[in-house]
Design a protein around this ligand. Structure first.
Ligand code: DGT
Ligand code: CA
Ligand code: CA
Length: 664
């Protein structure tokens, strides 16, 4: 999997300064200098503007406490992650001492004592003295410290806590949010960070609270059941380790607090991503504005040597209780959290070309229901109908279907009973060479054939080119309607097969094979990156819950989030089409298909949460008004008019074609 690029931020630079201060203290160096390093670290941590930006604008030295020497070091750290003084200090001390220093409970004072009095210069030695009572014997070291040290050493042995699946992070986050809500001091509270961006896995939980009284909120947070350890408890922030996290053991949770008027700005700031925030801040700078978690500020002084003076005379132009205020202040429309990865969304917003992302309410059916028996299928399909769907599929593993005619009969009976269009299908494994074995009679009898790309572990061993060729062959076999689990990944357990998705998606588009986006929180295969690649390739996507139980039918939402992270619009989603259109699509690509029959099911009217748009009515009124004609012409010539586009897409995905047809 591709490693995400990590930007060096203020906290990273501060950490190097802090470490220099601590190492110097252990080495018995100049105490005044040691303190100066630590002060610089604190100043850097508290800056709300990225230090790289300040450096660029020549404004670092105007910050009190930062001199020319620090600027030089900061520059080196930004470029290399370290600096000459840092390296010199590291060389003066045993290499293992740095690890000892970073064990919770130790810190420079204890690390120095342990080093000088007990000769502790690495983690193993620390563990030995901690477990054998020697650490406890040092001046100033109590039982509590020893416990902290041992418990952190245990954690370090297990390795960094793995990330959490989005579903679990949202469940845990919701519990935490509910817990905080019960405190009367809490005015607003929301889960932020990667979970709010609906990233497939989450590193730690982030929660933002708006209040006028931070202290009780921090206390409430620390009292959350499951808090195992308090890492930090400040005035406007706190961090804890939660235990008993499903399947993971421990997980960090961070609380941030702002005043109510700043909630929108805070929400934006703590939702991230870091890359997105950096880009928004740069944009603000270009407009002589500064954004922080507290709002948007107008800078009065510009040019060098005014640095932090600006803050004193800056005027807050937007308090911002909603995120839209913040975006508006920097001249942008609201960008939804799913797009905030610093991957082109700001340019798109600036140009008025943000995609109209697919929503759960756009979906008219779930093409991924997997049931082994008619009874199970009935439950899943009924659940689907209860969600307002007009159709659903019943998919069975091919090898379990020995009487195709009976299977199809059962499906039709369900269709009549539930008054829901039921497409029946089989799922077949794509073999190692890309072969798909589906008897022609069976293919003609069922509505859908799903090819699952992930059969055997051995397949993961294929080289990239062979893996790609395998899928290309399956897609062009003419036997498949839907390609499922293209990479076969299982999040946190098994990386996906190494393959070149682009040609596979292109081929799927050409061959009229849809690609499944599974809502299974552990698979989410196709990935968001894959979805994004598909925007260029153009294969239809089938957003699916991949449910095998009734409660799993709700996982369709995860498929939608995934597609949204991949910038997908409804036009590219097969199941945003009506039952009749899906039926036609299936028939079109399989001329031998027996299913051109009139269904007994009348298609559901648009669900109540999708009221008929007045613009749709206008588009259907003849003659078209002059104003509307002008608007359509503008649209054809590239005007951004999302409202019109949505209306044009009301009964078909191709808005441009429709606009053209209306005008001629
Ligand atoms: P994760 O936890 O690894 O899944 O990813 P995030 O995006 O939740 O990252 P996290 O928890 O480190 O930070 C939460 C948000 O806080 C992040 O997306 C952006 C925001 N943030 C703003 N300024 C800073 C900063 O200086 N340092 C960090 N770490 N985050 C910042
Ligand atoms: Ca986080
Ligand atoms: Ca965090």
């Amino acid at each position: 999997m591709q490693q995400e690029q990590r930007a060096v931020d203020n906290a990273d630079v501060a950490a190097v300064f802090l470490e220099m201060g601590e190492l110097l203290a252990i080495a018995g160096g100049d105490l005044y200098r040691s303190r100066a390093f630590r002060t610089t670290a604190r100043i850097l941590e508290e800056l709300t503007t990225p230090v790289g930006e300040l450096l660029l604008l020549n404004r670092l030295t105007s910050i009190r406490g930062i001199g020319a020497g620090s600027v030089e070091r900061i520059q080196q750290i930004l470029q290399t992650g370290t600096c000459a003084d840092h390296q010199k200090l590291l060389q003066r001390l045993p290499t293992g001492l740095r690890e000892v220093l970073h064990v919770r409970g130790m810190g420079p004072r204890h690390a120095r004592l342990a080093f000088e009095m007990l000769g502790v210069s690495n983690r193993e030695q620390l563990e030995w003295v901690a477990r054998n009572g020697l650490l406890r014997a040092l001046p100033g070291v109590g039982d509590k410290t020893v416990d902290r040290v041992i418990s952190h050493l245990d954690e370090l042995k297990i390795g960094p806590p793995p990330r959490l699946l989005l579903r679990d992070a949202l469940l845990l986050g919701a519990r935490l949010v509910d817990w905080l809500k019960e405190d009367p001091a809490v005015v607003r509270v929301e889960q932020t960070g990667s979970a709010r961006r609906r990233k497939e896995t989450v590193g730690d939980l982030d929660v933002l609270v708006a209040t006028a009284r931070p202290a009780p909120c921090v206390q409430r947070f620390l009292a959350f059941p499951g808090v195992k350890e308090v890492l930090l408890a400040g005035e406007s922030r706190a961090s804890v380790v939660l235990e008993g996290v499903p399947g993971r053991g421990a997980m960090q949770a961070d609380l941030r607090i702002v005043v109510v008027e700043s909630f929108g700005a805070g929400l934006h700031y703590f939702t991230g991503s870091k890359q997105h925030n950096i880009q928004v801040r740069l944009r603000a700078n270009q407009r002589k504005l500064a954004v922080s978690e507290h709002g948007v500020w107008e800078r009065k002084l510009f040019g060098r040597n005014h640095g932090d003076e600006n803050r004193k005379i800056a005027r807050r132009i937007t308090p911002g209780t909603v995120e839209g205020d913040l975006f508006a202040a920097v001249g942008l429309p609201l960008i939804v959290p799913e797009l905030r990865e610093g991957d082109g969304e700001i340019d798109a917003a600036d140009a008025g070309r943000l995609p109209r992302l697919v929503e759960l309410s756009d979906l008219r059916g779930d093409l991924g229901l997997r049931a082994r028996s008619a009874a199970e299928a009935a439950d899943l399909l009924a659940a689907s109908k209860a969600r307002g769907h007009a159709y659903g599929t019943w998919i069975r593993p091919l090898h379990e279907v020995d009487d195709v005619a009976a299977f199809v009969r059962q499906a039709r009976a369900l269709e009549d009973r539930l008054q829901l269009r039921v497409f029946c299908g089989v799922e077949v494994l794509i073999d190692k060479a890309g072969g798909v074995q589906v008897p022609a009679t069976l293919r003609a009898a069922v509505d859908v054939v799903v090819g699952c790309a992930q059969p055997l572990l051995s397949v993961f061993d294929l080289a990239k080119a062979a893996q790609t060729a395998r899928l290309l062959k399956a897609v062009s076999s003419g036997a498949l309607d839907v390609l499922a689990r293209p990479t076969g990944r299982r999040l946190l357990v098994q990386d996906g097969a190494d393959l070149d998705l682009h040609p596979v998606l292109l081929s799927a588009a050409r061959e009229h094979v849809a690609v499944e986006v599974s809502g299974d929180p552990q698979r989410l295969d196709l990935s968001a990156r894959g979805c994004r690649a598909d925007r260029a390739a153009g294969a239809l996507l089938s957003l699916s819950s991949a449910a095998t139980t009734v409660s799993e039918t709700g996982l369709l939402q995860h498929a939608v989030w995934q597609a949204r992270r991949g910038w997908i619009e409804p036009a590219l989603v097969l199941n945003s089409r009506s039952a009749a259109d899906v039926d036609a699509w299936l028939g079109e690509r399989r001329p031998g298909r027996a299913r051109s029959r009139t269904s007994t099911v009348t298609e559901a009217a648009p669900s109540p949460d999708r009221p008929v748009d007045p613009l749709v009515e206008l588009l259907n009124t003849r003659p078209l008004s002059k104003a509307l004609r002008a608007r359509l012409e503008g649209f054809l010539h590239g005007d951004v008019d999302d409202e019109l586009r949505r209306a044009l897409e009301h009964d078909g995905p191709n808005a441009l074609q429709k606009a053209f047809a209306l005008l001629v």
